[in-house]
Design a protein around this ligand. Structure first.
Ligand SMILES: Nc1nc2c(c(=O)[nH]1)N[C@H]1C(S)=C(S)[C@@H](COP(=O)(O)O)O[C@H]1N2
Ligand SMILES: [Mo]
Length: 324
């Protein structure tokens, strides 16, 4: 089904065993320090030039902007594909990881009405899932699904739910109107058709906690290979992808290197079970080199673009890249 010639670079990375990954980490950690040192020196010079350029009014004060710029250089040049997060045996993962943050998560969503909208693809009309306007897709909301989701979540929904959907609001379509866009509407089964990956890594939230979480899903790079983004006139891939919840109220932006990273997963399982609604069912992201706030839950749309996407947490001043 997957055309190997269409894969992004390094298909071998898709079949790494844990042992190989561990071996690479040891090797690469050392190299990362060297590269990071070189990058820091280059950045120091670059920033001096940057600081002397005529400046436009900037919402970030200079030390913040400098830090943001430094993070960008690190994220794009050091993290890229050369760093791997440490992996653990699945037996060490928590059975019931803590849910945190429910912005844009609608527990009253009819799971059968969920589709992943994808825009910005190469030659999207060749895919059978093509539609002229993905924005026309109607997610279905009803109180009965809210009850079912709350039951599935059980204890999990009590913790960390800062956006509790009241029973009065359930079933009301709060979806935002969006400009028409051609693209694909994918079912969960179509995403699950990609090679399955189980990955136990440390999950870190900026609130100051971390835990070992076992995610099950598919590699984003395999998804990119099966549904390739458009190419720029010079042959390069679009620089970014924007991801949003079905209601559009939570968003995350990513550079292409982060998405091609072998540990970036589209997940539909956690702790060896179907993903709970509180953790972002039916589909969420796992990106173990970044903080939790970049790991968007209940994804509704992925859009490839050359414009730096807006990002919910970045809009409050957190680093757009969100690297650890
Ligand atoms: N849609 C959505 N995704 C989200 C959030 C959110 O509020 N809404 N919070 C983020 C933050 S800050 C964290 S720490 C993680 C928590 O993931 P978990 O609930 O699986 O632990 O989800 C991230 N993804
Ligand atoms: Mo977080």
């Amino acid at each position: 089904m997957t055309d190997p010639t269409q894969r992004p670079a390094d298909p071998a990375a898709s079949s790494e065993t844990d042992a190989q990954v561990m071996e690479q980490i040891t090797r690469r950690t050392r190299r990362s320090f060297l590269v990071a040192g070189a990058a820091a020196a280059t950045t120091a010079i670059g920033l001096r030039i940057y600081d002397h350029r005529p400046r436009q009014p900037d919402i970030l004060h200079r030390p913040m902007r400098t830090a943001e710029e430094f993070n960008r250089v690190l994220a794009e040049n050091v993290i890229g594909e050369t760093t791997l997060a440490r992996t653990y045996p699945q037996s060490q993962a928590l059975a019931n990881p803590r849910p945190n943050g429910a912005i844009g998560i609608r527990r009253d969503l009819n799971p059968a009405s969920w589709r992943l909208q994808v825009t910005g693809l190469a030659d999207s009309q060749r895919h059978p899932q093509y539609v002229d306007n993905v924005s026309d897709w109607k997610y279905e909301y009803a109180t009965s699904y809210l009850e079912a989701a709350l039951q599935a979540d059980g204890e999990a929904q009590k913790a960390g739910d800062n956006n509790k959907l009241s029973k009065d609001d359930a079933g009301v379509s709060l979806s935002i109107a969006r400009p028409p866009a051609p693209g694909l509407l994918l079912t969960l089964a179509e995403i699950q058709a990609l090679p399955f990956v189980q990955q136990t890594t440390e999950f870190k939230c900026i609130e100051g906690w971390s835990e070992l979480v076992s995610f099950g899903g598919v590699r984003f790079r395999d998804f990119l290979a099966l549904y390739p983004p458009f190419r720029n006139p010079d042959g390069s891939l679009p620089r970014y992808a924007a991801m949003t919840t079905p209601d559009g109220s939570f968003s995350c932006g990513f550079d292409m290197a982060s998405l091609q990273h072998p540990q970036t997963l589209l997940c539909f399982q956690m702790s060896g079970r179907d993903l709970l609604p509180a953790h972002g069912a039916p589909l969420r992201l796992a990106m173990p080199l970044k903080y939790g706030y970049k790991q968007i839950k209940q994804i509704g749309r992925i859009s490839y673009t050359n414009d730096k996407p807006s990002d919910y947490f970045a809009s409050f001043g957190f680093d757009w890249h969100g690297g650890l």
